[in-house]
Design a protein around this ligand. Structure first.
Ligand code: NAP
Length: 292
């Protein structure tokens, strides 16, 4: 298929690479120039990338970035054609997604939200999980593209429900990781080694995908970004805002969000969100022992 891919960050670059490798006709654009991609053309603006494309796939930081890419100067909106499909794999506010979809609908453009879970490694391996909102028939047309980048798609309902599901997912990831980090911190204080704790965790009902993914990085004390803390912080703010609008009280989320706020103020925004552990360590006056 003829695809414009917009945003070549940690996630977008490997996703676009997998589309090109699968033989799709890919044109890429990134806000900061110079991030070309083997097997794809590079466009100077989102509008240029989108010209003549069947599908415009977006993966940028946040709600404002998606709005810029779509409706800013040189945005996709300048190249809309009837039947075009816009797919957004960024994690943004569901209410904004519904609004963006409404704004392009008069031109006969379909809008699908398809945020992902799986992080950098799954993006590279083409094993992402997509949670998708949109028209069933339109989603079916995207099957070859989903297959090139992911291992599974979950249909969550109409446009914006993918983004709603993503907030619900990241709320859990942040809180599960927080539980793990607090356990490691208390364990260190009580003299229980992380390396002894991990096999116990993995043999018990405490076992989780989040811990399986993060533990090797934590033990190596490698806090380089797979999923930058600033983006998880953004997602927690989005989840809290969605909860506020829905009149739902989520006290755990509020506490964890505050921890991310302090970590971001501490200059950890560009590290992985796993670095929130170091704040707990600082407060406890311990360091979780890494791998020998
Ligand atoms: P990233 O590495 O920080 O990349 C962000 C991308 O957005 C870059 O291409 C950046 O362009 C672009 N961008 C930022 N602001 C922009 C603006 N105002 N206008 C146009 N482009 C803009 O982030 P990422 O990790 O790839 O994440 C992308 C999205 O996927 C986020 O919504 C994130 O929450 C979500 N996500 C990430 C992960 C993960 O593990 N990393 C997992 C699931 C979902 P420049 O190069 O010019 O800065």
């Amino acid at each position: 298929m003829k695809v414009a891919f917009l945003g070549l960050g940690i996630m977008g670059r490997p996703m676009a690479t997998n589309l090109a490798k699968a033989g799709h006709d890919v044109t890429v654009w990134n806000r900061t120039a110079g991030k070309d991609l083997e097997g794809a053309r590079t466009a100077a603006t989102p509008a240029e990338a989108a010209r003549g494309a069947e599908v415009v796939w977006i993966c940028v930081s946040d709600t404002k970035a998606v709005e810029n890419v779509l409706f800013g100067a040189g945005g996709v909106a300048e190249s809309l054609t009837t039947g075009m499909i816009i797919v957004d794999s960024s994690t943004i506010a569901p209410t904004a997604t519904a609004d963006f979809a409404e704004r392009v609908r008069p031109q006969g453009v379909h809008y699908v939200d398809a945020p992902v879970t799986g992080s950098k490694i799954a993006a590279e391996n083409g094993t992402l999980i997509f949670m998708v909102g949109g028209d069933e028939v339109v989603i079916d047309k995207l099957s070859p593209l989903f297959a090139a980048m992911g291992k599974k798609i979950f249909r969550m309902g109409e446009t914006s429900k993918g983004h709603a599901a993503k907030l619900v997912m990241n709320l859990q990831i942040a809180m599960i990781y927080e539980g793990f980090a607090e356990a490691l911190t208390l364990g260190a204080k009580l003299g229980v080694d992380a390396e002894k704790l991990l096999p116990l965790i993995n043999a018990s009902m405490v076992k989780s995908g989040v811990v399986e993914y993060k533990a090797p990085f934590v033990l190596k004390r490698d806090f380089s970004p797979n999923f930058p803390l600033r983006l998880m912080y953004k997602d927690l703010r989005l989840a809290r805002e969605a909860a506020r609008q829905a009149r739902v009280k989520l006290p755990g989320l509020e506490t964890v969000e505050e921890l991310y706020e302090i970590a971001a103020e501490d200059g950890q925004g560009d590290l992985d969100y796993a670095a929130t552990l170091t704040l707990l360590e600082k407060w406890a006056g311990v360091e979780v022992k890494g791998a020998a």
